[in-house]
Design a protein around this ligand. Structure first.
Ligand code: NAD
Ligand code: UDP
Length: 319
């Protein structure tokens, strides 16, 4: 297949590009580097099956030649208001990537009669009142809250994707991605894994937002990419959660990272850094992914963190 991947210079887009190339496909990466990093694609320079277009997906997209699949991953993704990469600090760009970017990429897929895969998110469930979250849950989102620029853009993106499927018969798929981590997350991205690993390696206290009782379920990137690849190759149209179901509180997570890295600096509680509407609990129900895609995560948290640490050491110039 010849596949267009938007957000290719980002964390997930670059790993997806690698996986598709490894499967023998051709990849056209597209990115405007607003939160991504050209270094994430540096190893693909000279690969005859990879090409790159620097472009903002909010503007009309033209790609020469045939396209068999479009994967729309371009969007700021970090909720951290202390980071310049956080979507709270890129509110209009985030809504444009989710709304106009989704419209433009759907248009490309329609013009080429291509398979379309939308990167959606567990954030469409908001601060969920149902736990764990199944795909049939409609969510609990404040439409004008701090996080709404991301949540509502993704909810709109899902609705538009389903409209193209129902109205135009486009072959669409929607993946609802739960917290994923691994090498190539930007060191200043602001999400909890890069923040904690950077702080731990620099022997600083880990910044726990709120009281740390909020939970997340962390999926290692190779597991996520495998689920997404299976979804791409399937004929599935309804949304599928992909995430690791092992739930941990942020406090337990911080303590585990300090132990793993032998960081003596402890914790620092930062209530004001917490975004409004920070979900209190989050865990995917993976029943659909298991039954429809025969997918299950394989990499446990301690193993995934061990695989991630060398990247952050290298980014910090520690090796
Ligand atoms: P990332 O910030 O590393 O990657 C996003 C990429 O999109 C960046 O390279 C950025 O420059 C690019 N981009 C943003 N707006 C653009 C635009 N208008 N035009 C072109 N490129 C643009 O984040 P990520 O974690 O790799 O996230 C990728 C996708 O997956 C996003 O759509 C995000 O919402 C979704 N997602 C990620 C997670 C996760 O845990 N990593 C969870 C849920 C959903
Ligand atoms: N968090 C934290 N310290 C940090 C960064 C994040 O305690 O330095 C918390 C944040 O408040 C949230 C959780 O970690 O409850 C996960 O945050 P992240 O930014 O990774 O993404 P989210 O899951 O909220 O989209």
């Amino acid at each position: 297949m010849r596949v267009l991947i938007t957000g290719a210079a980002g964390f997930l887009g670059s790993h997806l590009s690698d996986r598709l190339l490894a499967e023998g496909h051709e990849v056209i990466g597209m990115d405007n580097f607003i939160t991504g990093n050209p270094q994430n694609l540096a190893h693909l320079a000279g690969n005859p099956k990879f090409s790159f277009i620097r472009h903002d997906v909010s503007n009309y997209i033209f790609v020469p030649g045939r396209i068999d699949a479009v994967m729309h991953f371009a969007s700021p993704a970090s909720p951290n208001k202390d980071s310049p990469r956080g979507y709270v600090n890129l509110p209009i760009q985030t809504m444009k990537a989710g709304a106009l970017g989704t419209h433009n990429t759907l248009g490309v897929a329609r013009a080429h009669n291509a398979r379309y895969l939308l990167a959606s998110t567990s954030e469409i469930y908001g601060d969920p009142l149902e736990h764990p979250q199944t795909e049939s849950y409609w969510g609990h989102v404040n439409p004008i809250g701090e996080r709404s620029v991301y949540d509502e853009a993704k909810r709109f993106a899902e609705a538009l994707t389903m409209a193209y499927h129902r109205f135009h018969g486009l072959n669409t798929a929607i993946v609802r991605i739960f917290n994923t981590y691994g090498p190539r997350m930007h060191i200043d991205d602001g999400r909890v894994v890069p923040n904690f690993l950077k702080q731990a390696l620099q022997r600083e206290p880990l910044t726990v937002y709120g009281d740390g009782s909020q939970t997340r379920s962390f999926c290692y990137v190779s597991d996520l990419v495998d689920g997404i690849y299976r979804l791409l190759m399937s004929g599935e149209h309804d949304p599928v959660n992909i995430g690791n179901p092992v739930e941990t509180s942020i406090l337990e997570f911080a303590e585990a990272i300090n132990k793993l890295t032998a960081n003596p600096a402890g914790l620092e509680y930062r209530t004001l850094s917490r975004t409004e509407g920070d979900p209190q609990r989050r865990r995917p129900d993976n029943t659909r992914a298991r039954t429809v895609l025969d997918w299950e995560p394989k990499v446990q948290l301690d193993e995934g963190l061990r695989r991630t640490l060398p990247y952050f050491r290298q980014q910090l110039g520690l090796e």
